[in-house]
Design a protein around this ligand. Structure first.
Ligand code: PMP
Length: 284
């Protein structure tokens, strides 16, 4: 596999990043994951915009133009023959030479790394037909979940708790309200309405979320952006999640109890179809 590191395309075995890099020592960095379907990038502009925001919120700046960023994504997709899969991008505050809590002086070069992962048949994931089973766990993450940082220890622990419980994923709960999934936004459908937590610093502003809510509105589906409780989720007609790599995935079980009929619901199925159709059309 060919990866990109600070301006160079190199075989993965030859890629090097300093042990003093603040991404490695302090999780001082941000990332994006952009899906590839049929060799094209989904929602690229949305991911580039959020990357810019994440960087600025942490006092960093986009190290290159959006056009240059797109060119690197495309080059990696081409060089690695990615048909279906994803491009991972990470920008960290770089390598000031010594470990220090304070940020390095302005002008210290950021570390930019991109690589691809092929996932043949990504859009035909059989889990879309069966749905996911999730458990709820306490949300003990930091207060700026709107910034897409590489600090993913608790989400990783959440995935492991789910694995140990024999299910697919976990939903975070704070003060009785569902915030989001370990790596996705969470939704329920109740009384014909799609309910998902409103944007704030307590969840990641999903690029897929934005697209799906736009498509839902265009299809005259009713959407309510507000926090919902775990009890509401248990009583819901259906539930689903969204993310760049899972698209729209039905959720059929929560903490061992079926949601609705315990099978993927019509709203999730329809939104998945619309999302895949529409985002393929605007892929670049
Ligand atoms: N919330 C969290 C915590 C995530 O990690 C992700 C995916 N990285 C999402 C939501 C979904 O965001 P997106 O649709 O942009 O992939």
């Amino acid at each position: 596999r060919i990866v990109y590191v600070n301006g160079a395309y190199v075989p993965e075995e030859e890629a090097k990043v300093s042990v003093f890099d603040r991404g490695f020592l302090m999780a001082d960095g941000v990332y994006e994951v952009t899906s590839v379907l049929g060799g094209k990038l989904l929602d690229f502009a949305g991911h580039a915009r959020r990357l810019d925001r994440s960087l600025r919120e942490l006092g960093m700046e986009m190290p290159m133009s959006e056009a240059d960023l797109l060119a690197i994504h495309r080059e990696l997709v081409a060089r690695n023959d990615v048909v279906d899969g994803m491009v991972y991008l990470q920008i960290t505050r770089g390598n000031p030479g010594d470990r220090d809590f304070a940020f390095p002086p302005a002008g210290t070069p950021l570390t930019v790394v991109l690589f691809t992962q092929s996932k043949p048949g990504l859009a035909d994931n059989p889990q879309a037909k069966t749905g996911l089973r999730v458990i709820s766990i306490e949300d003990i993450r930091w207060g700026r979940r709107d910034i897409k940082t590489v600090q993913l220890l608790y989400p990783s622990m959440g995935k492991m708790m789910a694995k140990k419980a024999g299910v697919d994923d976990a939903w975070f709960v704070e003060d009785g309200f569902v915030t989001e999934g370990t790596s996705n936004n969470a939704y329920i459908v109740s009384g014909g309405k799609i309910i998902t937590r409103n944007l704030g610093s307590d969840i990641l502003h999903g690029i897929t979320r934005a697209a799906v809510l736009r498509f839902a509105a265009e299809a005259q589906m009713e959407v309510e952006e507000r926090p919902f409780t775990l009890a509401e989720a248990h009583a819901a007609d259906e539930a689903f999640i969204t993310s760049a790599s899972a698209f729209v995935m039905p959720v059929v079980e929560l903490d061992g109890q079926k949601i609705g009929a315990g099978a993927p619901g019509p709203v999730a199925k329809r939104l998945r179809e619309i999302y895949l159709d529409e985002s393929r059309k605007t892929a670049v």
